[in-house]
Design a protein around this ligand. Structure first.
Ligand code: SAM
Ligand code: SF4
Length: 497
C-alpha cells in the first residue's frame, strides 16, 4: 500500500518550488499526497526563517503533533528548509518528537533520511556547512541546488511554473538570514535551465517565473571566457515553443543593468514587470541595512526602468521599524512610496534575526506598537498609490492569462455555468472577470471597467466571451504573489489552526 505524505509550506516562492519538488520526488518513491496530517505516515514542514512569526507558527504546529506522535511512534515528522538550516539541533531540543531536520541544501537526501529513520528509529540531521566554518567551495558544495525531475501534477497550476535559476545570496543585508540559510550565490547552467523550461512547455506550461534571491545578479561562466547574464538567459529560453510569458523575481536595485532592461523591452514574451525591493527611503537606514545604494540611486534606477521599458510596472518591499529608524527616516520612506508609483509594495515589520549582522550590531529599539503604526501608515499610502495605478487602466483592454476560479468562486463551489475567474496581465495586475472554467490556461482580452487598489474588474471581449454581466461581489484578500512568511497551498490544518 502506498505510504501517505502530508506537507505544509511556509515562506517564499523558493519554498513553494522546493515543496513541489519534494512531493514529486517522494511520489516517485511510491508516496501518495494527502490532506489530513493525522492520516499521514510522513508529516513534513517546509519552513521559513525570514521573520520570527514564521518560525513561531512552525513550532506551534509541531507542538500540536507531539501527542499524535507519542500515540503513533512509527509516524515520521520532518522539518525541512530554512528554519532547519538555521536552528539545527535546536529544532529537536524544542520539539524532541521531530525525526528529520533537513536544510535547504540537503533536500535531495530526504528519501534516504526517511528510510534511515524507518530502519534505525534514530533521528536524522542533514545540514549544509556554516558559511564561516569552511572554505567557499566546500560551503557551495554543501548547498546543493535541488532540481530533480518535475512532476506536472504537483504544480499549483498546470499552466504556470517556477524555475530556479540560482540559489543562495551574497548580499548580506544586515537584517536578513537568507545568505546563512540558503548559502552562497550559485547560478545554474543556462542549458540546464533551458532544458527544464522546454520540459515544462512540453507538459503544457505557458508561463515560467525564473526564481533567484537576487535574480538579476544571475551570471554563469561558460568556461570559454563568455559569461551568461540574465539578459542572455532570457534570450536563450525565449523561443521555447509553448511558453507565452516569462517573468523573473526578485531583483536587486544595484544589479538592474541596461542590457536586462533592453531585453525586457525587446522580448515581448518577457513580462514588463519588475519586483525591485527598496526596503527604505532613508539613506541612514539603507546604510545600516547595508543595501549598498542610496535613495537617490534607487529613484534614478526607477526612472531608468521606466525610460527603457515604457509601460513597465514596478513593485517593492519595505521594512519598517528597522533599528534606529526615526520618525524622520520613516517619513522619507513614506515620501518614496507616495511618489514612486509602485503597483504594490509588501511591507514588513522588522524582526531581528539571530545570526545576522543587524542583530549583532544594532539594538531592536523600535517598539512593536510603533512598528505596527508605521506598517499601517505606509500601507495606507501604498494603497492610495495602487488604487491610482489600477484606476488608470479602467477603459483599457488588457491581455490576461487566465489562472482559474477566483477565491470567491472556489468558496461558492458552483456546479455549472459561468464563474468568477482570475488571471494576470503581463504587468502582473490581477484581473477578475466572469467566464467559463475552461478558459483556464488561455490568454483572453478583458475590457477593464472597475478597479480597486488590488484588483481590476472587467469583461472578456474575445470570442470566448459569454457576455454575462458580473456581480461585483467583494473580493477577499488580495491574492498577491509575494507571500514570505505566509502559509502556502499544500498547507492545511496544523499551521492554520
Ligand atoms: N532576495 C529578496 C530581496 O532581496 O528582496 C527577498 C528576500 S526576503 C525572503 C523577502 C523580504 O523579506 C525582503 O525583501 C525584506 O523586505 C523582508 N525581510 C527580510 N528579512 C527581514 C527581517 N529580518 N525582518 C522583516 N522583514 C524582513
Ligand atoms: Fe536577503 Fe538582501 Fe540577499 Fe535579499 S539581497 S536575500 S534581502 S541578503
Amino acid at each position: 500500500m502506498a505510504k501517505k505524505l502530508y506537507i505544509e509550506t511556509v515562506g517564499c516562492q523558493m519554498n513553494v518550488l522546493d515543496s513541489e519538488l519534494v512531493v514529486g520526488s517522494l511520489r516517485r518513491h511510491g508516496y501518495q499526497l494527502i490532506h489530513d496530517p493525522m492520516e499521514a505516515d510522513v508529516i513534513l514542514f517546509n519552513t521559513c526563517s525570514v521573520r520570527q512569526h514564521a518560525e513561531d507558527k512552525i513550532y506551534s504546529a509541531l507542538g500540536k503533533l507531539r501527542g499524535h506522535k507519542q500515540r503513533h511512534p512509527s509516524k515520521i515528522v520532518g522539518v525541512l528548509g530554512c528554519m532547519a538550516q538555521k536552528d539545527q539541533e535546536l529544532v529537536r531540543r524544542r520539539a524532541p518528537h521531530v525525526d528529520i531536520v533537513c536544510g535547504t541544501g540537503q533536500l535531495a537526501r530526504l528519501h534516504e533520511l526517511i528510510e534511515e529513520v524507518e530502519r534505525t528509529g534514530k533521528p536524522q540531521l542533514a545540514l549544509s556547512l556554516d558559511r564561516k566554518g569552511a572554505s567557499r567551495p566546500e560551503v557551495e558544495r554543501s548547498f546543493e541546488s535541488y532540481d530533480p525531475l518535475r512532476d506536472p501534477s504537483m504544480r499549483p497550476s498546470r499552466f504556470q511554473a517556477y524555475v530556479r535559476i540560482m540559489i543562495g545570496c551574497d548580499k548580506f543585508c544586515t537584517y536578513c538570514i537568507v545568505p546563512q540559510v540558503r548559502g552562497p550565490e550559485q547560478s545554474r547552467h543556462p542549458e540546464q535551465i533551458a532544458a527544464e523550461v522546454r520540459q515544462l512547455a512540453d507538459e503544457g506550461c505557458k508561463e515560467v517565473t525564473l526564481l533567484g534571491q537576487t535574480v538579476n545578479s544571475y551570471k554563469y561562466d561558460l568556461g570559454d571566457g563568455r559569461r551568461c547574464h540574465l539578459s542572455d538567459l532570457l534570450a536563450r529560453i525565449y523561443d521555447t515553443a509553448g511558453v507565452e510569458r516569462i517573468k523573473f523575481i526578485t531583483n536587486f536595485p544595484r544589479d538592474m543593468s541596461d542590457d536586462l532592461l533592453d531585453a525586457v523591452r525587446e522580448l515581448p514574451k518577457v513580462s514588463p514587470y519588475l519586483h525591485v525591493p527598496a526596503q527604505s527611503g532613508c539613506n541612514d537606514v539603507l546604510k545600516r541595512m547595508k543595501r549598498v545604494y542610496t535613495v537617490e540611486y534607487y529613484r534614478e534606477m526607477l526612472a531608468r526602468c521606466r525610460e527603457r521599458v515604457p509601460g513597465v510596472s514596478v513593485s517593492s518591499d519595505f521594512i519598517v521599524g528597522f533599528c534606529g529608524e526615526t520618525e524622520e527616516s520613516f517619513q522619507r520612506t513614506c515620501d518614496l512610496v507616495a511618489s514612486a508609483g509602485f503597483k504594490n509594495s509588501y511591507i514588513f515589520k522588522y524582526s531581528p534575526r539571530p545570526g545576522t549582522k543587524g542583530d549583532e550590531l544594532f539594538a531592536d529599539d523600535i517598539s512593536e506598537e510603533v512598528k505596527k503604526r508605521r506598517n499601517n501608515d505606509l500601507l495606507a499610502i501604498q494603497n492610495k498609490v495602487s488604487l491610482a495605478d489600477h484606476q488608470k487602466r479602467v477603459g483599457e483592454t488588457v491581455e490576461v492569462l487566465v489562472e482559474g476560479p477566483s477565491k470567491t468562486a472556489l468558496k461558492q463551489h458552483q456546479a455549472s455555468g459561468p464563474i468568477q475567474l482570475t488571471g494576470r496581465t503581463p504587468t502582473d495586475h490581477i484581473v477578475v472577470f466572469e467566464g467559463n472554467e475552461r478558459l483556464a490556461g488561455r490568454t483572453v482580452q478583458v475590457a477593464i471597467e472597475e478597479a480597486t487598489a488590488f484588483t481590476l474588474f472587467g469583461t472578456v471581449v474575445t470570442r470566448e466571451s459569454i457576455g454575462v454581466a458580473m456581480p461585483r461581489g467583494p473580493v477577499p484578500e488580495p491574492p498577491h504573489e509575494r507571500t514570505s512568511g505566509e502559509t502556502h497551498r499544500i498547507s492545511l490544518p496544523l499551521l492554520m489552526a
